[in-house]
Design a protein around this ligand. Structure first.
Ligand SMILES: [Zn+2]
Length: 169
C-alpha cells in the first residue's frame, strides 16, 4: 500500500506507480523512463523530487520477498504432506527402497522448511538440527515401530538411518 502524499493523485509518475519507482531506484536515466512510460521528462523529474521515496520502494521489495518466502512455505508444506503419505504407504507395504527414498526426501523438505521458517522469523543465525526436532523423531519412531513387522526391512532402514546420523555428525 502506498502512503498518501500531497499531490500524488494527479501525477503521471504516480499513475504508473511501483514499476516506475523501482526503475528510479535502479537508477535508470529519466530520458529512458520518459520513453518507456510515455511521460514527459519534466513530469518524471517532479515525481522523482516530490513523490519517489527510496525507503518506500525498499519496503515494497521486502514485502515481495516475504511473499515469495510464504508461497515457498505453502509449497514445501504440501510436499511434506505428500512425502508423509508416500512414506506411510511404503512402510505399510514393506517397500524398503521406496520408504528410504521418501524418507530422505522428507528429511530434506523438513530441513528446507526449517531454514525457510528461520528466515521468515528473521533469525539468520539460527542453526536448526533437524534430527533434534520433535517432528523428525516422531516420524522416525513411527517408521521404525511399523517396520518391526518386517525384520529385514527394519534392519535395512536402521542401518541407513545410522549412516545418515554419521554423515550429520
Ligand atoms: Zn508522483
Amino acid at each position: 500500500m502506498k502512503g498518501h502524499q500531497p499531490g500524488r493523485g494527479r501525477c503521471a509518475g504516480c499513475a504508473v506507480g511501483d514499476p516506475l519507482d523501482r526503475d528510479l531506484t535502479a537508477g535508470v536515466p529519466l530520458a529512458q523512463l520518459a520513453k518507456k512510460y510515455k511521460i514527459s521528462g519534466q513530469s518524471l523529474g517532479a515525481h522523482k523530487r516530490n513523490h519517489w521515496n527510496p525507503a518506500l520502494v525498499a519496503a515494497h521489495r521486502k514485502q515481495e520477498l516475504e511473499g515469495t518466502a510464504l508461497s515457498s512455505l505453502a509449497e514445501i508444506n504440501e510436499a511434506i504432506r505428500h512425502m508423509k503419505a508416500i512414506l506411510g504407504a511404503s512402510v505399510k507395504a514393506g517397500l524398503v527402497g521406496q520408504a528410504l527414498s521418501s524418507n530422505r526426501e522428507l528429511r530434506q523438505n523438513l530441513e528446507f522448511l526449517a531454514r525457510l521458517t528461520g528466515e521468515l522469523n528473521d533469525k539468520p543465525d539460527l542453526v536448526v538440527n533437524i534430527a533434534m526436532t520433535s517432528e523428525w523423531s516422531r516420524i522416525r519412531t513411527v517408521m521404525l515401530t511399523t517396520l518391526m513387522k518386517f525384520p529385514d526391512a527394519c534392519r535395512a532402514v536402521s542401518d541407513e538411518l545410522a549412516k545418515l546420523d554419521k554423515e550429520a555428525a
